[in-house]
Design a protein around this ligand. Structure first.
Ligand code: NAD
Length: 254
C-alpha cells in the first residue's frame, strides 16, 4: 500500500517502540516523515534507516510547547506543510496515589496529556490548511483503571477525552482526530513485564487473543486511522487490545 505519497507526517516518540514502528510504516507507504523525541541517538538510528529525501528528525520534549512549535515549524519548512500528526510520546511511572511523587505526577500529565495538547495546538493551523488529521496513542489505561498506574491512568483518560473534544471542535475544519488504545505491547516501556514470566502469564490469561501486541500491529491501526480509508471516522478511541476491553472484568469460568 502507498496511501501516504506526498503526505507529511510527524510522529512523536519515534525513537523506539510504537512510535518507531509507526514512523517506519508511514515511510514504507510513501510519506515524508518527521521523527521527534526527547533523545537524539534513537531518533538518528531510526531516521538513518529511512529514505533520506523523505526523512527528518528533531529532538523535542513534548512537555515544552516551544519545542513542539519548533518541531512543527521544521516539518512545514522542510516538506511544505503537514497532513498527519501522531501524538505518541509517553511515559508510564508506576504507583498508587500514595507512591507516585508529586513531581512524577506532574511530569506524567505534562508529557502524556500536555504533549498531545501542545502537538495539536501547534499543528492545527497547518492541518486545517490540508484537511489533515491527528492520531493520538492513548491506551486501554485511558478507558479503564489499572492497579498501581494512577498517574498514567489519569493522563491517558485525559488523552481519550481530549481526542473526543478536538474531534467535535475541528470536524467543521475537515480535521479528523482519533486515538488508538493499545493493551500490553512489547516495547522498551514494557521490558520489565516481558522479563517476568509470572506477570506475562497473567497478561496472557486476560488477553482473549492470548498474547501481547507487537508495535507494528499498533502502527497498522494508526496508519489506518490516518488514511483516507478512515475518511468518515473521527472522535474514535479504538481499542487495539487483542480483546481485553471486551471483558466486563469478571474472571474466566472453569
Ligand atoms: N507498550 C505498551 O504496552 C503500551 C500500551 C498502551 C499505550 N502505550 C503508549 O504508547 C506510546 C509509545 O510507548 P511505547 O510503548 O512505544 O514505549 P517507548 O518507551 O518505547 O516509547 C516512548 C517514546 O517516547 C519518548 N518520550 C518520552 N518522553 C518524551 C518527551 N517528554 N518528549 C518527547 N519524547 C518523549 C521516548 O524517548 C520513547 O522513544 C506511549 O504513549 C505509551 O503510553 C504503550
Amino acid at each position: 500500500m502507498q496511501r501516504f505519497v506526498d503526505k507529511v507526517v510527524i510522529v512523536t516518540g519515534a525513537g523506539s517502540g510504537i512510535g518507531e514502528a509507526t514512523a517506519r510504516r508511514f515511510s514504507e507507504e510513501g510519506a515524508c516523515v518527521v521523527l521527534a523525541g526527547d533523545r537524539r541517538a534513537p531518533l538518528a538510528r531510526v531516521a538513518g534507516e529511512l529514505d533520506p529525501e523523505r526523512t527528518l528528525f528533531k529532538v523535542a520534549d513534548v512537555s515544552r510547547f516551544a519545542d513542539v512549535q519548533a518541531l512543527v515549524a521544521a516539518a512545514v519548512k522542510a516538506f511544505g506543510g503537514l497532513d498527519v500528526l501522531v501524538n505518541n510520546a509517553g511515559i508510564a511511572p508506576e504507583g498508587d496515589v500514595t507512591k507516585v511523587r508529586p513531581d512524577a505526577w506532574a511530569r506524567t500529565l505534562a508529557v502524556n496529556a500536555g504533549g498531545v495538547f501542545h502537538g495539536s495546538r501547534a499543528a492545527m493551523p497547518h492541518l486545517v490548511k490540508r484537511r489533515g488529521c491527528i492520531v493520538n496513542t492513548a491506551s486501554v489505561s485511558g478507558l479503564g483503571g489499572d492497579w498501581s498506574l494512577a498517574a498514567y491512568n489519569a493522563s491517558k483518560g485525559a488523552v481519550v477525552q481530549l481526542t473526543r473534544a478536538m474531534a467535535l471542535d475541528h470536524g467543521k475544519d475537515g480535521v479528523r482526530v482519533n486515538a488508538v488504545c493499545p493493551s500490553l505491547t512489547i516495547t522498551p516501556m514494557t521490558e520489565d513485564i516481558k522479563g517476568d514470566r509470572r506477570q506475562m502469564a497473567k497478561f496472557r490469561e486476560r488477553i482473549p487473543l492470548g498474547r501481547p501486541a507487537q508495535p507494528a500491529e499498533i502502527a497498522a491501526a494508526i496508519a489506518f486511522l490516518a488514511s483516507d480509508d478512515a475518511s468518515f471516522i473521527t472522535g474514535v478511541c479504538l481499542p487495539v487490545d487483542g480483546g481485553v476491553t471486551a471483558s466486563n472484568g469478571q474472571p474466566a469460568m472453569g
